[in-house]
Design a protein around this ligand. Structure first.
Ligand SMILES: [Fe+2]
Ligand SMILES: [Fe+2]
Length: 475
């Protein structure tokens, strides 16, 4: 089962050739996908050889093959983790019953929506990032960008397969729509608003892969617990790819910090002006980008109290990340202490039914996971002898949904007046000047082994290749 058939037009490990109807439907969708990739995929690099990894099996070890490929010739396909014949429903009202190999009628609309929304984010991020290649800080980074992009393209395939295979005609229609909506399109935008903002500088790209892809990781972790087994197995395999995206974000930001620290040491100053004069990115600016990206990603988990989240959990459609680590998988009689504002905007605790707090449970797991990189970055700063700490803002800061939505909070989570918020906004969030400065740094560096002034070289290359390796053949 684990072996992937690359002889077929659509590489797969789901015995696609035993279902002619499905195979034909997907072969019909394939050229539309390739047209979309040509039109809205990475701009200006369609003919270049890129050192990419391609999945060759779904085993935990050794599933990747590396080699130079032109992106339009990348072998996108359908790869599901192996089926566990004894798998049972892991949570909710149906706990312990066999998982579903087909979509139960009563959950059909909900599952279709979840899969469509997940599917929509995948091509959206490719569209958001399509101009970035033009300003890459190194060939190594250029290659990593394209690796992320082709894998997001494959994640689209993963969701489209489910829509085609299990949702009949409306599934096929949803699959078509996934190629019709476009990031930032006024008439037909992507479903989630975050995915309609262009990512046109590399600091934002690293923030996106650190914070937004990590949101993706947690959504996939919840869906990997789903009682709808094909969805769970699809998401399990997607998670192995997703890990690389977060690596790109964490090491990218880490290298920016490393470069800032070098300049701080050389000049003996931590004055942003001085750091910028040397062409690096000061840590204060970086902190403001963290504030911006972290706060917008928190909203992606949905409202703190949610009856939808409760019914997803009850029905077994969507679980908690790593459900097995919890003791109670039913959560019918337990409560969650949620922080909500009192009339004065001060946090007080409110006990709500656990099932209604599932969005918050996932958000808390996400926040904890976000801390891992911060701890590493702060260790770098401390080791270099500087007194500065990158922090995550309070989860009350700059929220657009939930009980803390639209309140004037400083990054520490203290309520301030709307006037004060406006006055101090450039202290909290990237200012026009910050963005202009970052933009001014975005000049392509395409000599093998060379790196832009604002970022340190990586510690090591990809797949044991040297840093000087020609990851993208541009010459
Ligand atoms: Fe993805
Ligand atoms: Fe991703």
């Amino acid at each position: 089962m684990a072996a992937i058939d690359y002889q077929e037009r659509i590489p797969n490990n789901v015995d696609l050739n035993t279902d002619r109807r499905l195979q034909r439907a997907l072969e019909h969708w394939q050229p539309k996908f390739l047209n979309w990739w040509q039109d809205l995929g990475p701009e200006g690099f369609m003919g270049h050889d890129v050192y990419l990894r391609t999945a060759v099996s779904v085993d935990a070890k050794g599933w990747a093959h590396f080699g130079h490929v032109k992106m339009p010739e990348y072998r996108w396909g359908i790869f599901l983790a192996d089926r566990d014949m004894d798998r049972t429903v892991g949570f909710g009202d149906e706990f312990g019953k066999p998982v579903w190999q087909e979509v139960p009628g009563e959950h059909r609309a909900v599952l279709r929506n979840l899969i469509t929304t997940q599917g929509d984010t995948e091509p959206a991020s490719v569209e958001q990032q399509r101009m970035l290649g033009q300003t890459c800080p190194s060939l190594y980074d250029l290659r990593n960008l394209f690796q992320v992009n082709v894998e997001e393209g494959r994640h689209l395939w993963a969701m489209v397969y489910l829509l085609h295979a299990y949702f009949g005609r409306d599934g096929r229609e949803e699959a078509e729509e996934l190629l019709m909506r476009h990031s930032g399109d006024v008439d037909n935008p992507r479903i989630l608003s975050t995915f309609n903002e262009p990512i046109d500088d590399w600091l934002s790209f690293f923030m996106f892969t650190y914070f937004t892809d990590r949101d993706g990781k947690f959504q996939l972790k919840c869906l990997a617990e789903s009682s709808f087994d094909p969805l769970a197995r699809t998401c399990q395999f997607m998670l192995t790819e997703e890990a690389h995206h977060m690596f790109v974000g964490e090491t990218g930001i880490g290298r920016i910090i490393k470069r800032a620290l070098e300049v701080m040491k050389e000049t003996g100053s931590d004055d942003p002006e001085v750091i910028r004069k040397a062409g690096a990115i000061d840590l204060h600016l970086l902190q403001r980008y963290v504030n911006f990206w972290f706060s917008s990603c928190l909203d992606l988990f949905g409202s703190e109290k949610s009856s939808n989240a409760a019914s997803y959990f009850a029905s077994g459609v969507k679980g908690r990340p790593d459900e097995a680590r919890f003791e109670d998988h039913i959560c019918r009689d337990s409560n969650f202490d949620l922080e909500v504002p009192d009339e004065k905007g001060k946090p007080i605790s409110e006990s709500i039914p656990m099932r209604n707090a599932m969005n918050e449970v996932v958000r808390q797991a996400y926040i904890k996971d976000c801390m891992v990189g911060l701890t590493r970055w702060n260790r770098l700063i401390k080791k270099a002898g500087f007194d500065f700490e990158i922090t995550l803002p309070s989860q009350r800061f700059r929220r657009s949904i939930g009980p803390w939505a639209n309140m004037s909070m400083d990054p520490a989570g203290k309520q301030i007046s709307a006037e004060e918020y406006e006055r101090r906004k450039t202290e909290f969030l990237p200012s026009e000047a910050d963005r202009a400065y970052v933009k001014s740094l975005m000049k392509p560096v395409m000599e093998p082994g060379k790196v832009a002034s604002w970022i340190a070289p990586p510690d090591r290359g990809i797949n044991n290749q040297s840093i000087e390796y020609e990851y993208v053949r541009v010459h």
